[in-house]
Design a protein around this ligand. Structure first.
Ligand SMILES: C[S@@+](CC[C@H](N)C(=O)[O-])C[C@H]1O[C@@H](n2cnc3c(N)ncnc32)[C@H](O)[C@@H]1O
Length: 299
């Protein structure tokens, strides 16, 4: 008779981790704030402890302080890139805020042809794109609007996020049936190919218009991003302190073409004081237009 080898689970994976004390919570929160800009209120301590704990069990580390020191310096960057995905919120979905996407469509409809080429081109940026659903939704909206116009057109979507794992999911462009089932059937048919096991892949036609890249929104002023027609940033600023939100938005404004749109999540920003941006009068969408100041926009 063949002997059956029993695989015993490593019990260390199931042992509870020690409590995280106040000093440790503050230390982890300070690290999170300095590296991502976001902070966790005390009510979210369980979220932090659960997700840190999962990663610590995976690598067999049993002390928060020891794990903290593993993230320091250049050597800690590899581990940080894994952890950042676990301790940030990635909730997203296709066509998450349809009213904001209606504004995108209106912008495409009204975009004039380039005087030199006679064509229309458009650059859109999904800031904090998570696993890609937002970027693909923007691409579908722009593509549909251009097709309706029937003009010769080109568009590209830049999709950035701090989490390498989320960006990889976006690049693959494969989603479960559950994630796309609410979508308009004609869009599903046009842009997705069914794979086996209830998965759907975004067609290459759309995928090649999107460039996924790692970017920390805190470094937005240092990044070589070209001028954008539309910057779309939803469900990110909510995790930042009020003053940081204003700084980030002002930096984003510098990347907008004159007349370009900045679309934020409703309620994510109050009382913005930025002369380059004028608020769009729309009760359901929080959006700004870059004012046209030809002399200042030359550089
Ligand atoms: C809740 S998701 C929002 C996804 C999408 N924008 C939406 O509204 O559906 C927030 C995303 O922000 C990203 N994020 C958090 N801090 C960031 C930072 N400092 N720079 C860039 N992305 C960040 C997270 O990785 C996460 O994918």
């Amino acid at each position: 008779m063949k002997s059956v080898q029993k695989i015993m689970p490593d019990m260390r994976h199931f042992e509870p981790l020690p409590d995280m004390d106040d000093r440790q919570f503050q230390q982890w929160n300070a690290l999170l704030e300095s590296r991502t800009g976001s902070t966790l209120p005390l009510e979210r301590k369980t979220f932090l402890v659960t997700n840190l704990g999962m990663r610590m069990r995976e690598i067999g580390c049993r002390s928060y302080d020891e794990y903290f020191s593993m993230l320091e310096g250049m050597e800690g960057l590899r581990e940080w890139n894994i952890l950042v995905d676990r301790i940030t919120v990635h909730e997203t979905r296709f066509f998450r805020h349809p009213m904001s996407l209606d504004l995108v469509k209106e912008y495409v409809d009204s975009k004039p042809h380039d005087v030199d080429t006679g064509k229309i081109s458009m650059q859109v940026w999904s800031v904090a794109c998570s696993t890609g659903e937002e970027a693909y939704s923007l691409a579908m909206v722009v593509d549909q609007a251009f097709k309706k116009r029937g003009d010769e057109s080109y568009f590209g979507v830049t999709a950035t996020d701090i989490s390498p794992a989320s960006l990889n999911t976006g690049r693959k462009g494969i989603y479960s049936e559950r994630r796309i089932k609410e979508m308009d059937a004609s869009l599903r048919k046009e842009y997705f190919t069914p794979l086996s096991q209830g998965e759907y892949e975004i067609n290459e036609y759309l995928r090649k218009r999107i460039c996924f890249a790692r970017m920390n929104v805190l470094d937005i002023d240092k990044e070589p991003v070209g001028k954008m027609d539309i910057i779309y940033c939803q469900n990110l600023l909510i995790y930042f302190e009020r003053s940081s939100r204003h700084d980030i938005v002002k930096n984003m404004a510098r990347h907008l073409l004159p007349g370009g749109l900045l679309i934020l999540g409703s309620g994510e920003l109050l009382n913005l004081d930025c002369p380059e941006l004028e608020k769009i009068n729309n009760l359901r969408v929080l959006a700004y237009r870059r004012v046209k100041e030809p002399n200042k926009d030359q550089n």
